[in-house]
Design a binder for this molecule. Structure first.
Ligand code: ADP
Length: 352
């Protein structure tokens, strides 16, 4: 039968992934008790909405259950007191959110009705084209359970560092500031299986606690559909507007309408529609053909009361570059006119 000291030693192996230190060393473990093979303790978090709390809880539970004779672990969560927070950060805790130090001119959410239509690719290309036009651009991956932005843009990305004003995003080769749950996970292949409120909390933190600095555009890659997480972004981040991504199938159009009705209810303007995988181009003769049937983008845009920003063809190299973290080498000629239209709709010019 394991002893209390062995339980404590097992917990000392659990790291806070953000702070890179043991949860025992950080003073996060309180009221540790062991009775009849049942371990109970309280875990004090720096913020109760800590996006990594499930990961730490799971890790702690697994390590303790691996000890001889332990059959049950009961963890109570609470937020650290101001004094406890100060003790680990060495800084006063009534610090304002990083967002108060950010100056973001336009925040644009990219929305799709369903997954797989190229929403993340479109978000990344939009950020890339705007960056190439000289704008300061950030890319917030709010697709918490299916984050794909870092994989497309960054090879072997570092973990985001903590700065004096908040978490610092990782900067891509082209100079896009990127933040994603994937950058915080120890193993980027790990599945994030969180429930709605936790996901919403993480997205809020990515906006409030990240020191984005001065940006012309913050592009927010939303999860597909009209989930809790999408609602959180629309309600808690001051969006300038949303861009809808669809494909030529009528079903995709139907779900886009659903997402647009959510935007309308929240009084967020729809800046425009992008039809992805609109057509293919024969590599031999250059002829174009509509793989998914004729485009209905014009009609759909008209029914949304928003402009059609453009139609993107299927570009096989796009998928390959994205898979290898090399999307920034994509020439993006197809995409530049779309970004230019969006810039004309939303901005006066790059930041000084
Ligand atoms: P979503 O974010 O809507 O789930 P993704 O952006 O992840 O979709 O795209 C789904 C897949 O389709 C990815 O493999 C991506 O590389 C590929 N893809 C997206 N747009 C195109 C395109 N225009 N041409 C070729 N492949 C594309």
């Amino acid at each position: 039968m394991a002893t209390l000291e062995q339980v404590r030693a097992a917990l000392a192996e659990v790291m806070d992934p953000e702070l890179g230190r043991s949860i025992v060393d950080l003073g996060m473990v309180h009221d540790l008790a062991l009775e009849d093979g049942r371990v109970t303790f309280t875990m004090a978090l720096t913020t109760i909405q800590c996006p990594l709390r499930a990961q730490m809880q799971d890790d702690a539970r697994a390590r303790v259950l691996a000890l001889e004779g332990i059959h049950d672990v009961d963890i109570t969560l609470r937020e650290m007191t101001a004094e406890e927070k100060q003790a680990i950060s060495g800084q006063p805790t009534d610090q304002p959110h990083a967002s108060q130090f950010n100056l973001i001119k336009q925040i644009i959410a990219v929305v799709s009705g369903k997954g797989g239509v190229g929403k993340s690719t479109t978000s990344a290309l939009l950020a890339l084209s705007l960056r190439r036009m000289g704008y300061e651009v950030g890319l917030l991956d709010a697709d918490i359970t299916g984050p794909s932005i870092p994989k497309m843009l960054l090879k072997n990305p570092p973990h985001p560092r903590g700065g004096p004003l908040g978490i610092l995003p990782v900067t891509s080769g082209a100079g896009i500031k990127v933040m994603s749950i994937n950058l915080l996970l120890e193993d980027p292949n790990q599945a994030v299986i969180w429930r709605g409120p936790l996901i919403s909390g993480a997205i809020k933190q990515f906006y409030e606690d990240v020191h984005w600095g001065i940006l012309d555009y913050l592009i927010v890659d939303l999860p597909p559909g009209t989930s809790d997480a999408s609602l959180t972004v629309m309600q808690s981040i001051p969006l300038s507007g949303i861009v809808m991504v669809t494909t030529p199938q009528s079903l995709a159009g139907m779900v886009v309408r659903k997402a647009s009705s959510m935007a309308a209810q929240l009084e967020i303007p729809i800046l425009g529609l992008i039809e992805n995988m609109s057509y293919a181009i024969c590599p031999h003769c250059g002829e174009t053909f509509e793989v998914f049937g004729p485009s209905n983008a014009e009609e759909l845009a008209a029914s949304l009361g928003a402009p059609l920003l453009g139609r993107l063809p299927i570009r096989p190299e796009l998928a390959t570059l994205a898979d290898h973290g090399e999307l920034e080498t994509f020439a993006a000629d197809d995409f530049d006119p779309i970004a230019e239209k969006l810039a004309a709709l939303t901005n006066e010019g790059p930041a000084e």
